[in-house]
Design a binder for this molecule. Structure first.
Ligand code: GLN
Length: 478
């Protein structure tokens, strides 16, 4: 077995039993990157030296007989939105093309403490705005299952790198679906934890009330292991909650008998829903009914089109404010002009791509005097209704099941000139984002060679149940 193909749990066992060294494991991933990344194009930066030196440290610890953590020596990739001290951090944007971060994100710092090995930074849609990774300021990434198709986005590089075994897991961010949708397109597992479960510190902001840090793994067991290491209160992000962590890994193996699940009928019967996806997802739901011993409850949630409209008002409003800091003065690209306003304008005109500009303009408009009440305030009211809708649904069920996306991976170039079509990609993922609840995408079959994802949505801070359902489904489906 090639070492880069191992899961975290398998690799960790192998390292502890000294079946192979951490250098060998790291080299296996680096060679795979050298071999296939010219086609997949998942990485913007490969941090080979850093990886080798971290791997050496782990081998030394093992040789000395020190006890090591579950993630020690595990090679992983990071969406290029996370700051890593001393490493180029671009956010997929020309405006940060040469930006070297002077500090470290909490998520990568926590993985460092565990001695995980960072292989490099992965491609994304510029500032995480998109669903195909084609909005990257640098290049597009391909779907490892079919190189003519997109990997999804915006964490497309992270999902493609896990799916093609260039690494063992990858960090991503999910604002409106950017972990779940690419995980679904690439046939891997993607977890968006509860908003407030993981720290956003050191992760470049898109829309702060929605941005959630999570990860992409080869299976659910690994998703539990990574969550255990990165989650929890962080004084540097005041929106992280003081809710105790569960023992995610241990809890996985408990059976799910008696758990109550629900299916939103109105989602599955939507126009534009691919019928083959519908039937695969229904099959997955039946398999989970077998495991719980209970029939899934049919519910009606607020139409996802309301969530989509609400998301595309709130998110650009926050984007317009968060991206005001890129002015060519403090850091990043700088176009010198003889007056300050001209310099701001030139820098932003040159540095940002079309999609980013579109959202800054939309967001500035909806926040402006005279339109604020009609758009922004109304969207906030709708967001509250969506939260109440989930609360009501969770009164008598433990989890809600639905497809992650209405279609499978589309062709590179197919939707790039039609922003509205691209936004429709987020139909099934934005409701959980607006509500802030945890959601997991697990592979549940294929159409041809293109993977499909089942989305499991849980109550606030109940990642434990979401992972347990995902794990039991995965092993029953294996
Ligand atoms: N596709 C969505 C968007 O373009 C989601 C992005 C994200 O989650 N970062 O906004």
């Amino acid at each position: 077995m090639k070492l880069n193909k191992l899961t975290i749990a398998q690799a960790s066992q192998g390292l502890k039993k000294k079946e192979f060294s951490c250098i060998e494991l790291t080299q296996a991933c680096l060679s795979e990157i050298k071999k296939i990344d010219k086609d997949v194009r998942a990485f913007i930066t490969v941090t080979e030296e850093k990886a080798i030196s971290q791997a050496r440290k782990v081998d030394d610890k093992i040789a000395k007989g020190d006890s090591i953590s579950e993630l020690a020596g595990i090679p992983y990739a990071v969406k290029d939105l996370f700051c890593i001290n001393g490493v180029k951090t671009t956010a997929g944007s020309k405006i940060l093309e040469n930006f070297i971060s002077p500090y470290e994100s909490t998520a990568t710092a926590r993985l460092n403490e565990q001695d995980a090995v960072v292989l490099g930074k992965t491609n994304l849609d510029e500032f995480a705005m998109g669903a195909s990774t084609e909005n990257s300021g640098f290049f597009s990434t391909a779907n490892p299952h079919d190189l003519s198709r997109v990997p999804g986005g915006s964490s497309g590089g992270s999902s493609a790198s896990v799916s093609s075994n260039e690494c063992l897991f990858a960090l991503g961010t999910d604002t409106g679906g950017s972990i779940r949708q690419p995980a679904s397109f690439c046939g891997v597992v993607g977890l968006k934890p509860t908003y407030g479960r993981t720290s956003r510190y050191g992760v470049i902001a898109m829309a702060s009330s929605l941005d959630t840090i999570g990860h992409i793994t080869k299976n659910v067991e690994d998703a539990a292991l990574v969550l255990q290491s990165i989650a929890g209160r962080d004084d540097r992000d005041s929106t992280t909650a003081n809710v105790p962590l569960d023992n995610y890994f241990k809890d996985l193996r408990k059976d799910i008998r008696g758990l109550r699940i629900a299916v939103p009928k109105n989602y599955l019967s939507m126009d534009g829903m691919d019928l083959q996806i519908k039937s695969k997802v229904e099959k997955a739901i039946m398999a989970i009914e077998e495991l719980t011993g209970e029939e899934a409850k049919e519910i009606e949630l607020m139409p996802p089109s309301y969530a989509l409209a609400c998301y595309y008002i709130i998110m650009p409003a926050e984007v317009s404010s968060n991206l005001a800091r890129y002015d060519g003065i403090k850091y990043g690209m700088s176009q010198k002009e003889n007056n300050l306003i001209k310099s701001y304008l030139r820098t932003r005109a040159r540095g940002f791509g079309d999609e980013v500009k579109r959202r800054i303009i939309l967001g500035t408009f909806t926040l402006s005097h005279g339109y604020y009440d009609a758009y922004y305030k109304k969207a906030q009211a709708v967001r509250t209704l969506i939260i109440q809708d989930f609360k009501k649904a969770f009164d008598d069920v433990d989890a809600i099941l639905m497809p992650t996306t209405p279609s499978v991976a589309f062709r590179i170039g197919e939707k790039i000139d039609d922003p509205l079509q691209m936004y429709l990609e987020d139909l099934f993922t934005v409701p959980a984002s607006l509500a802030g609840v945890p959601a997991l995408s697990v592979p549940c079959g294929k159409i041809g060679n293109l993977p499909i994802g089942l989305q499991i949505i849980g109550k606030w801070f109940d990642e434990k149940t979401v992972l347990k359902i995902g794990y039991n489904f995965e092993i029953s489906n294996a």
